[in-house]
Unconditional design. Structure first.
Length: 507
């Protein structure tokens, strides 16, 4: 080194596991690096310390600052205790080294080893990095194998789960009855139609404690929604769900594994599978109806569809009036705007017309039944789906027989192996497609069977003479699937007199 060194940057790093297992410490590294810097004649020394950060990741706070200062020519030389303190990944080591050699006139010095900017030195450096990476992968592999073995033995880690305590002796969750009561109440409220935000307000108003990792916080809507979606409360813990994948930058991203690789462990159940399924259906319903805190209740929110084009009808407000209007007007996803000429429908007038029309229809089970037969064609739909299901079953039988025929032809030497594989592959693909179609049809038929009867609808509606707007909307959502609105008056704009064609699709 011919030039005088003025500013030296020393980089030190330690992770918790390394400090315990290998005896590395921050102070030991700093002292050794400073001694080396003074030996080389450095006047100013800047320290860059990453404590508790893995060398496998390049995105470390002190390392980021060091690389910024290197590029800004603030440092004459970089001193590090050992190559694997700089980085454990070989590609990261070489990347950092190239930056140092480009911007620092005196390059890089290691305290524990001699590194020269030569082919031999680079080879030695690469070998050290490779061995460090290998050692780290071996440690990681042992940890992963241990975790998997623990799960396979039916033992859990001490991850906090609201509603449970963790028994260290059995390494299993035990129900916390006080918290479990809150869990059950949350599900009960949600299934009854109360939104997650309203549940949050109830819990906070009643000062229900929410314990999370030993700290006490207020409830939030996201926490309530997380609980409602958590299948663990039905008594099943899905272990080994996630996989760490190394990305291009050297970091890690988390991906879900295929369900066949999951390790399921039975834990005490707080709610039944039936309650959980009802809650998941309510989630879908809430998305359809856009349940949230509202300043004003609109009767047809989530139910109204345009009778001209079939698209959803949304609420539209200006400073003076409130309207319903077809989504064709605003939805950017609908490219063909000519399919409909939306007309603004004054909310109070439409709500009243819809309620009056439904009241007439629901005045008796007989009228309801007649209306359903005229508009919904429920029985015809049921018969059509049954016929389609029969056709699919027949096709599946033929395809399975065809598989057996192909195998017999091959055993008799009538066709070669490649032809067999091609034919079996095509047949299998067709069977999978038909099986999926069959599942969808069975699900649709099940939903048709669950439709309300005219008597059910009449009983729900008969005591609705004096109810609030919110109660009216709840009744509509209970008995109706969709409401199609078509404006049939010839007036332009929104006039006091409004004429609508209204079609009710009952559940």
């Amino acid at each position: 080194m011919t030039n005088k060194i003025i500013t030296a940057g020393i980089y030190v790093r330690v992770s918790t596991s390394e400090q315990a297992e290998q005896g590395y410490s921050i102070q030991t590294q700093i002292k050794a690096c400073k001694d080396k810097a003074f030996e080389l004649g450095a006047i100013d020394i800047l320290e860059y310390t990453d404590e508790g950060f893995s060398g496998a990741k390049l995105d470390r706070p002190a390392m980021t600052r060091l690389r910024d200062d290197i590029r800004n020519h603030k440092l004459d030389i970089i001193i590090c205790y050992d190559p694997d303190r700089l980085a454990r990944n070989l590609a990261h080591q070489l990347l950092i080294t190239d930056e140092i050699e480009k911007y620092c006139r005196e390059g890089l010095i290691f305290v524990s080893v001699s590194f020269e900017n030569s082919p031999e030195g680079r080879l030695f450096y690469s070998m050290r990095g490779a061995f460090s990476a290998y050692e780290r992968e071996k440690i990681l592999e042992r940890i992963i194998r241990g975790k998997k073995g623990k799960l396979q033995a039916g033992k859990l880690g001490n991850n906090h789960l609201y509603g449970y305590n963790f028994d260290k002796n059995t390494q299993m969750y035990v129900i916390n009855e006080d918290e479990a009561k809150t869990i059950r109440q949350i599900f009960k409220w949600y299934i009854s139609g109360i939104s997650s935000e309203q549940i949050t307000d109830k819990l906070n108003a009643n000062n229900v404690p929410k314990i999370w990792q030993g700290k006490r916080y207020k409830w939030s809507g996201s926490t309530v929604r997380t609980i409602i979606k958590n299948e663990k409360y039905t008594g099943i813990f899905h272990g080994w769900q996630y996989l760490q994948v190394v990305n291009k930058c050297g970091g890690y991203s988390i991906k879900k594994k295929d369900k066949s690789h999951w390790i399921d462990i039975e834990i005490p159940a707080i709610i039944s599978n039936e309650i959980f399924e009802q809650a998941q259906k309510q989630i879908i319903k809430n998305r359809t109806y856009n349940i949230r805190k509202e300043k004003e209740v609109h009767l047809l929110t989530g139910l109204a569809y345009c009778g001209n084009c079939g698209n959803k009808i949304y609420n539209h407000h200006n400073r003076k009036r409130k309207y319903y209007v077809c989504s064709v007007l605003y939805d950017k996803r609908i490219t063909d705007k000519k399919i409909c000429q939306p007309k603004f429908l004054h909310v109070p007038e439409v709500d009243e017309l819809v309620w009056q029309s439904l009241t007439k229809i629901c005045s008796s089970p007989k009228i309801i039944k007649q209306y359903m037969n005229d508009n919904n064609n429920q029985e015809n739909l049921f018969l059509t789906y049954k016929e389609n299901l029969s056709i699919i079953n027949n096709k599946l039988i033929k395809l399975k027989n065809s598989q057996n025929d192909i195998l017999e032809w091959f055993s008799d030497g009538l066709i070669d192996k490649e032809t067999v594989q091609t034919k079996l592959k095509n047949t299998k693909s067709k069977i999978e497609q038909l099986t999926n179609s069959k599942k969808e049809l069975l699900n649709t038929l099940s939903n048709l069977k669950e439709k309300h009867t005219p008597d059910d609808i009449y009983n729900i509606f008969k005591n609705s003479a004096k109810v609030s707007q919110e109660d009216r909307r709840h009744i509509l959502r209970t008995i109706l699937d969709k409401i199609y609105l078509t404006r049939i008056d010839k007036s332009k704009g929104c006039k006091p007199k409004l004429a609508l064609k209204i079609v009710f699709i009952f559940k």
